[in-house]
Write a protein that binds this ligand. Structure first.
Ligand SMILES: [Zn+2]
Length: 195
């Protein structure tokens, strides 16, 4: 694993999402033995109905915080970077609760709940690494457009991508929540690592 991948992986901390902001895990435990194993400690618990609910904006804000505050990366993330990184989370289905998984595991005292994971965690980390390795605005915008649409859409073909702003990229639906994220992340930033 390259050093930078390792750092991003560490910052986003996606390996165990059981207790992170914006993600809620719910389940129930049933006891088929009925009588609670009268003479012994009951080990019959079966975990059922595991559901995961995601509040994506809150989730994203919590994850991206680690990246922004990283002392080794010393990132200066502007609005475009925030937009792009958020978009990479969405394109990797981190806003879709059905793409998270959580399994029941056998434990000594009956089933135990396992940790919450997401199937695209490694892909997301690589996408973010690739994006952060780009240095011109033109390349960054091209990268994110190609990720989203497969190629640079017609309406961006004959203009200088250096002049494109987040407002040109963002959809109406995304606008208000995106603003909220940027504002709240800025408030929590340790020491001016956002431009
Ligand atoms: Zn029992």
């Amino acid at each position: 694993m390259s050093k930078i991948i390792e750092i991003i992986k560490n910052d986003l901390d996606l390996d165990n999402l059981s207790y992170v902001e914006g993600l809620e895990r719910d389940y129930s435990t049933s006891y088929p033995c009925d009588d609670g194993c009268k003479n012994d400690y009951c080990r019959c618990g079966v975990i059922e109905d595991i559901t995961i609910t995601i509040d994506f904006e809150e989730f994203f804000r919590g994850r991206v915080q680690g990246l922004i505050n990283d002392d080794k990366l010393k990132l200066k993330l502007d609005d475009l970077d925030m937009y792009a990184i958020r978009k990479l989370f969405v394109l990797n289905n981190f806003d879709d609760s059905s793409c998270f998984s959580c399994e029941a595991e056998g434990g000594y005292y009956g089933q135990e709940i396992g940790s919450v994971t997401h199937s695209n965690s490694d892909k997301l980390i690589i996408d973010i690494r690739n994006y952060l390795s780009l240095h011109t605005k033109e390349n960054k915008i091209k990268y994110i457009l190609v990720k989203e649409f497969g190629s640079v859409p017609e309406k961006f073909k004959n203009i200088n991508l250096e002049n494109v702003t987040v407002d040109d990229l963002i959809t109406e639906e995304e606008k208000s929540s995106f603003r909220k994220i940027v504002d709240s992340v800025r408030k929590k930033v340790k020491k001016g690592s956002l431009k």
